[in-house]
Write a protein that binds this ligand. Structure first.
Ligand SMILES: [Zn+2]
Ligand SMILES: [Zn+2]
Length: 148
């Protein structure tokens, strides 16, 4: 089980910003239906994978990356979301909940977005009513008691 960590790559829509993940397996793979994720993605929910911060690095275009921090989140944690200033793609998020030790990646920006399918759903109280629960996934009305 000590295989070399594979490098997974991703980029924003305009490909100004590129990043690499060197982790064997994300610590969380989830869908978030909260209003903040709906707003910031412009979509029905956010598809995210969480990795240790040290395992994700921007390899190109960091000067195009801007962040927006929001402290009035439902969970009470400050959520900092980073996006490309050229194309607007939301790329990363971080939360004070993990003291900045975790990088949350918007999975749609991965070069292979099917690599890590979601296994849990959070803030299901805000799930669009035309959307079915994720089959085989675990659902939480808000946040899970503990991320794993
Ligand atoms: Zn871009
Ligand atoms: Zn959310």
């Amino acid at each position: 089980m000590s295989a070399e960590p594979t490098i997974h790559r991703g980029a924003c829509l305009c490909e100004s910003i590129k990043y690499e993940i060197t982790t064997a397996r994300p610590s969380a793979r989830l869908l978030c239906h909260c209003r903040d994720c709906q707003k910031s993605t412009g979509s029905a929910f956010a598809t995210m994978v969480a990795v240790p911060k040290a395992d994700c690095r921007v390899t190109q275009g960091s000067e195009s990356l801007r962040s927006y921090a929001l402290s009035t989140t439902k969970s009470g944690n400050t959520m900092t979301r980073s996006f490309c200033t050229k194309c607007g793609s939301p790329l990363f998020a971080g939360t004070t909940k993990y003291a900045g030790s975790v990088t949350i990646i918007n999975a749609g920006t991965l070069d292979d977005p099917t690599k890590w399918p979601p296994v849990l759903e959070v803030f299901c109280t805000n799930r669009m009513e035309w959307l079915r629960p994720l089959e085989g996934g675990r659902q939480f009305d808000e946040e899970p008691p503990r991320h794993q």
